[in-house]
Design a protein around this ligand. Sequence first.
Ligand code: DON
Length: 308
Amino acid sequence: MPDIDKIQSVVDSAYAQFSKTPGGANADYIPFLANIPSNLAAVAVVTAKGQSVAAGDAQYRFAIESISKVCTLALALEDMGRQAVQEKIGASPTGLPFNSVMALELHGDKPLSPLVNAGAMASASFVKAGSVEERWQRILGMQRRLGSKEIAMSDELNQSEQTTNFHNRGIAWLLYSAGYMYCDPMEACDVYTRQCSTLLNTVELATIGATIAARGRNPITGEQVLKPENCPCIMAEMTMEGMYDSSGDWAYNVGLPGKSGVGGGILTIVPGVMAIAAFSPPLDKVGNSVRGQKMAAFVAQELGYNLY
Ligand code: DON
C-alpha cells in the first residue's frame, strides 16, 4: 500500500479535479433529497489498518439511502448464513432499475439481489427479530458497528420517505404474495425506509467499507463485527448489483466492488487494503453520483487498484 501522504495527495487531487464536474441532478422523488445543496462534495479513504484521509465536505452528514442495503445484507448473512440468503433472496443482478417491478415479474417474483429495493426489503424481513423495534435497532446497530456510533436516523428524512414510499409498499406486497417476505411486509417496508434515512459523513461511509475490506474487523474500533467468510459474499453482491444498471461498467472501468445511494454517496472497496468513499448529490440517470463516481474511480486508478 502507498504511504498515507501519497494517499492524501491522490484524494486531494481527486477532489480538485472532479468536485465541480457538471451534470446530473439531485434525487427528487424523495422531497428531502431534492433540497440538499448540489455543490457539496467530499472524498475519503479509510485503510484496513485504520488510517484515514479526506478532502472537501467530509464532515457533512448525508443520507445513506441504498448503501444501507450493504449493512442489512451483512446482518442477514450473520443471522441466516450465505446459503439461506442466496436461496431466499438471491445473488444475481437484475439488469433493471433498482425499484423495478418488471425485474420481479421476469423472475417468479424472486428479488435476485439484496441490493435492489425488493431484495433489501426481503433482507430486512429476513434478519432475526421479534418486533418492529427490535428489527430496526438491530439493523441500525449494524450500521453503527460497521461505520460509526454517530450514525443516526433523521426524523425529517424518514418522514419525507415514509410519506412518499408507495412504490416500495407495492413491491413489499408483491414479495409477500410470492412467499419472499419473512415478516409482515409493511413492517419490512417501514424498517427498510428507516434504514435508508440515516445520516453519515464520508469518512464514516469509508469506515463501513474498510470494515468489510478488513474481513469484518472495524479498523477504528477494533471490533470483529462480521464473520470473515461473509465479507466476500457482500463484495460479490456489490460487484454484481451495487451500481445498479452500471455495475458492469463500474467493474469494467474500475474493477472493484462498489455501492451507490441516491443521497449521493459512493463506496468502493479494495479487499484487504482500504475503502474509498465519495459524496456529491447530483445523480446520473441510473441513480449514481456523477462526481462521486469520478472521484472514487480516480483514487482507485491513481493508487493502482483494480482486482482484474
Ligand atoms: O427506496 C428508495 O428508493 C430509496 N430509499 C433508496 C434508493 C437508492 O438509494 C437507490 N440508489 N442509488
